[in-house]
Design a binder for this molecule. Structure first.
Ligand SMILES: [Zn+2]
Length: 147
């Protein structure tokens, strides 16, 4: 068993502890690091899982990327793609909806694409989610070439 972050070999106990907390196997050092990120940003566990799944396929994701105004759950900076994990999407209020729209407007103006993914999609369809994000990255890359 190895740490998903640094590839250091870890004991099954250490790996299982991290898996129980974040859904991925990590060494003690990286468990602590991820724990701090989660505490500081209220990062959903699904964001951690998606981050490591994207890392594994070479998408170069960044976890809790600060865009100057707020922290983005996962960012793929190369193609200016922001991924936000929605944990309370079914309880969305009209204020939240208009704030989201305004945020989307600002990020489009700055050349960013924001994708919002309900956390249950990551929980049940992690592989398909990764596949779709890779497709979005591919699409954004070819659009960047045209410009
Ligand atoms: Zn590690």
């Amino acid at each position: 068993m190895t740490c998903k972050e640094c590839n250091k070999s870890i004991t099954p106990e250490v790996g299982q502890h991290a898996k129980d907390s974040f859904g991925v196997e990590l060494c003690e050092r990286h468990t602590k690091l991820v724990k701090r990120i989660v505490e500081e940003n209220q990062t959903p566990i699904e964001a951690i899982q998606l981050y490591y799944a994207l890392k594994e396929v070479g998408a170069n994701p960044m976890l809790e990327w600060w865009d100057g105004q707020k922290s983005i759950d996962i960012a793929i900076s190369r193609v200016k793609l922001n991924i936000e994990i929605e944990t309370d999407y079914h309880l969305i209020t009209h204020e939240q909806a208009i704030n989201d729209l305004e945020e989307a407007m600002h990020s489009f103006k700055n050349g960013f694409t924001t994708v919002r993914i309900p956390h249950v999609v990551i929980k049940y369809y992690l592989e398909e989610t990764v596949k779709n994000i890779l497709g979005i990255i591919q699409g954004l890359k070819s659009n960047l070439k045209v410009i």
